[in-house]
Design a protein around this ligand. Structure first.
Ligand code: ADP
Ligand code: ASP
Ligand code: MG
Length: 837
């Protein structure tokens, strides 16, 4: 049959576009402004389908009270919207009665389920279908109230499906006819049909649903049946993007996409379209426009037969989480005919859909992905299908690997471009992501990788960056130049850093703190922790509360927290370690998973040589930055100076330094005649010392700094090779901290004596690190008053570089070298340097 092209348009509004009465008014305004005939297709109001499913599962679990509470919420929401949108009168009365009847029925269903405790897909569909029925009747009434001739149409009866409850497939030919008859009659009379999306009818006349997001599919069915001139899908995103913006922050709007490309993205998990939404209109020349509900003037994305941008190999990517990889394996498979065919026939017979297939060329194994929920069924049906082969050991067995995701890279242009697979997998390996399986469709429109589900986000970000999809012309969604900090440790330095970040000028680099972690737990918020929230966390912590018990808190370890954090769409994530703990494992995890790292903590780089080198080379191989200026001399430019000397071809021969703010403070207080116990307590109170001041007094802290400096200069040794003079008497070394602090006064006279002895020779005591590429020594020295170290006061540090060029007059860096604020400033400097990369 040939029909003259009609200017008819189909407009679908998703749940997010029907969130509340204001949104519905906006939808009504969009519809009213449409010039020609149109069919409106509607999802349930935002969150309603989830709430209905909750009623069902709660009731089935026997939890009637929460089920009825959810039902009451639904009733209140719809009644309130009806009263806001429709004026008093007969229309409103009818609408209120309809809403009440739907929710009354829901409540009795819930009661029944709570007794029977059995929820079939059939019952579930009957129950959730009312979400669309409620919203469509509401919008139809609002349109009528707004002066539009409109009529509510229930899709049950006109969208005819199979009996696949929960994920039914439409019978295209019969649906075409039914939709044409019903909608055609209304359109002829100048009435705008307002159709429920998502639902249909099984041959048994029972209501079915088309699977989550099914309203997109309903819109396509209507467009196909009526030969519409276009289908508009109004959504809460600016269009179809190069990737899911919740996962890839620099995703960009695609102005146009070929229908095969879009179908591939939808099928491989892009949540923006139902997986089969475009199937009914393939080859029909009906363009689909994904349009931003919040900005009706914007053009969004055109999905059509046009083939554009064939010069770029990749247009977009998508991911499907919650998959399982099933492998049929065996040495004897070579000799078994038709293994692949039999495998997929068995799965088809079970009604299990397979999303990705990969066969090793050796033919020893076939593997494929199925939704995790179908994995066991797939395994059972294959074990049955190959029972003979398994018995004869031709096939070893059928195994399942759970918790994987498929990531699909899509673009028509890849057919003519060599090296797309290489670029994809190179990007993944650079990001340290293990690829479990790969597949390339015969259409050469898609390359897919199976990765660990926890790494799916990073995988997408890595591929997105590798193909420079952030540069697509259609505009971005999220700011790209922001740093998202994850703070490890939230003591004095962490809190000072929080304050410095809050005071950064608004025109410079944008920096947010998205997470803080310590031994008591983690608080993470992908939208950022406001200064107010950080202050609250600090206050609660001071009261002794654990992070895990705070608003948004979890009991994760730092490593778990890093992994969880990276599942979110962060813009340039940076791990900032301001602890004094052994955090090497966490730093490794951060570098491997795509974070840059800034350390104020000395331990990761001052432990065993292999560990420190391991971190530096890990950063290098992953292309990540690892900065640690604040580990020596707090905010003073020590590493920077070293780097600049080396960069300009100078050779650093030795570094000598007073690099302990605590010891500097202590010694200059003693010089002034202060008692040791008083001076040390003052250093603790001011936050100069390490949490246990014996870390400073024993020389351990200075030895770590010496080691970090030594390793810069090529020192190869282990920590034990640093010759270290301890200022803690042997008997006091193993005391519990509290007892040690209780005995400080007993060391007073010995210290006074030492200081006096030096002074009598015209000398002062300084704790000095001496560093060369071969030898590291830290200890107490009595220096003459003419020494540059003699004039140091308080917590000031001094680092002296003797180099090939600065030999006679060494280069001196001097200034405040301890305290939370200057250390935080040093850390912030590194953070901003990371941003400038
Ligand atoms: P609707 O309201 O029409 O049902 P959805 O919520 O189903 O809309 O689809 C929009 C969501 O899809 C967005 O919130 C976005 O996070 C997600 N999404 C995933 N992939 C993409 C993509 N490539 N482009 C746009 N949005 C995407
Ligand atoms: N309301 C259904 C869902 O949430 C269908 C849809 O929104 O398209 O999945
Ligand atoms: Mg949807």
């Amino acid at each position: 049959m040939t029909r003259t092209p009609s200017p008819l348009e189909v407009h679908k509004f998703g749940g997010a576009s029907l969130a509340d009465p204001t949104a519905i008014r906006h939808a009504v305004a969009i519809i009213r402004d449409l010039p020609g005939p149109r069919v409106i297709v509607l999802s349930a109001m935002a969150g309603v389908t989830d709430l209905l499913l909750e009623v069902a599962t709660r009731a089935q679990a026997g939890e009637l009270v929460p089920a009825l509470t959810a039902a009451a919420t639904l009733r209140a929401r719809h009644l309130a919207a009806a009263r806001t949108l429709v004026a008093v009168g007969r229309e409103r009365q009818e609408l209120l009665a309809f809403i009440n009847a739907q929710v009354d029925e829901l409540e009795s269903l819930a009661r029944g389920l709570s007794i029977l405790r059995e929820l079939t897909p059939r019952t579930s569909d009957f129950l959730v279908a009312r979400g669309e029925r409620l919203s469509a009747s509401l919008v139809a009434a609002a349109l009528i109230a707004g002066g539009v001739k409109a009529a509510y149409v229930d899709a049950a009866g006109v969208v005819l499906t199979d009996a696949g409850f929960g994920n039914a497939s439409p019978d295209l030919a019969r649906t075409d006819a039914a939709l044409r008859a019903t909608l055609g009659a209304l359109l002829k009379r100048g009435i705008t049909p307002v159709l429920t999306g998502f639902i249909g009818t099984a041959p048994s006349r029972e209501v079915t649903t088309l699977g989550r997001g099914g309203t997109d599919l309903t819109a396509a069915l209507v467009g196909r049946a009526l030969g519409a001139s276009r289908i508009c899908l109004w959504k809460d995103v600016p269009g179809l993007l190069t990737a899911d913006p919740r996962v890839v922050p620099d995703a960009r709007v695609l102005p146009q996409l070929n229908v095969r490309e879009a179908a591939e993205l939808a099928y491989y998990g892009a949540k923006v379209l139902h997986p089969r939404a475009l199937v009914p209109i393939l080859g029909r020349k009906i363009p689909v426009f994904v349009r931003p509900f919040g900005e009706p003037g914007a053009s969004g994305t055109e999905v059509s037969e046009r083939e554009t941008g064939l010069d770029v190999p990749v247009k977009a990517l998508s991911a499907a989480p919650g998959q399982a990889l099933v492998t049929v394996e065996g040495n004897g498979m070579l000799g078994v005919p038709g293994v692949a065919a039999r495998t997929f026939a068995a799965l088809q017979h079970e009604g299990i859909s397979v999303s990705l297939i990969s066969q090793a060329s050796s033919e020893h194994s076939i593997c494929f992905c199925v939704p995790a929920g179908s994995a066991i069924r797939a395994q059972q049906c294959l074990r049955a299908a190959f029972s003979q082969e398994i018995l004869h050991r031709d096939i070893d067995g059928v195994t399942i690997r759970d918790g994987v995701a498929t990531v699909a890279v899509v673009g028509l242009g890849m057919a003519g471009t060599p090296g797309v697979a290489h670029r994809t997998f190179h990007a993944l390996s650079q990001a340290g992501i293990n690829v479990i399986a790969i597949a390339q469709g015969s259409s050469e429109l898609n390359i897919s990788a199976v990765v660990d589900e926890a790494q799916a986000g990073e995988a997408q970000r890595a591929i997105h960056a590798a193909f420079q999809l952030g540069k697509v012309g259609g505009g971005s969604v999220a700011p790209r130049d922001r740093l998202d900090l994850f703070l490890l440790g939230f003591g004095r330095i962490g809190r000072s850093l929080g304050e410095l970040v809050a005071e950064l000028p608004s025109h410079g680099t944008k920096v947010r703190i998205v997470g803080v972690a310590d031994r008591s737990g983690v608080v993470f918020d992908p939208d950022g922790l406001s200064p107010h929230r950080l202050a609250t966390i600090a206050r609660e912590k001071a009261k002794g509360h654990s992070l895990r018990h705070m608003d948004g808190g979890r009991a994760d370890t730092a490593e778990e927290a890093i992994r969880r954090t990276l599942r979110h769409a962060l813009s340039h994530p940076v791990l900032v370690d301001v602890t004094a703990d052994d955090t090497t494992a966490v730093v490794r995890a951060a570098l491997t998973h795509g974070m840059d790292v800034v350390l104020a903590n000395k331990k990761p780089l001052a432990g065993p040589a292999a560990e420190a080198e391991g971190l530096l080379s890990l950063a290098a191989t992953h292309g990540r930055r690892l900065r640690y200026e604040a580990t020596v001399g707090a905010g003073l430019p020590v590493m920077d100076t070293f780097a600049k000397l080396v960069e300009t071809g100078d050779e650093v021969r030795s570094i000598e330094g007073c690099v302990s703010g605590t010891l500097g403070f202590l010694l200059s207080e003693l010089e002034r005649g202060q008692k040791f116990s008083r001076a040390l307590q003052a250093a603790i109170d001011a936050g100069y010392s390490e949490p246990d001041p014996r870390e400073d007094l024993s020389g351990a802290d200075v030895a770590r700094k010496a080691l970090i400096l030594g390793r810069l200069m090529g020192f190869q040794g282990e920590p034990a090779a640093v010759v270290t003079e301890s200022l803690v008497p042997p008997a006091a070394r193993s005391l519990p901290l509290k007892q040690y602090l209780g005995r400080l006064a007993s060391f007073d006279s010995e210290w006074s004596e030492r200081v006096r002895a030096a002074q009598s020779k015209g000398q002062v005591l300084r704790y000095i690190a001496t560093v060369t590429p071969r030898r590291l020594r830290v200890g107490l020295s009595a220096v003459n008053l003419t020494s540059p170290f003699a004039s140091l006061r308080g917590t000031d540090n001094q680092i002296v570089f003797t180099t090939a060029r600065y030999r006679e007059h060494p280069l001196v860096v001097r200034g405040p070298g301890a305290g939370p604020l200057v250390t935080a400033a040093g850390v912030l400097n590194d953070i901003l340097a990371v941003a400038r990369r």
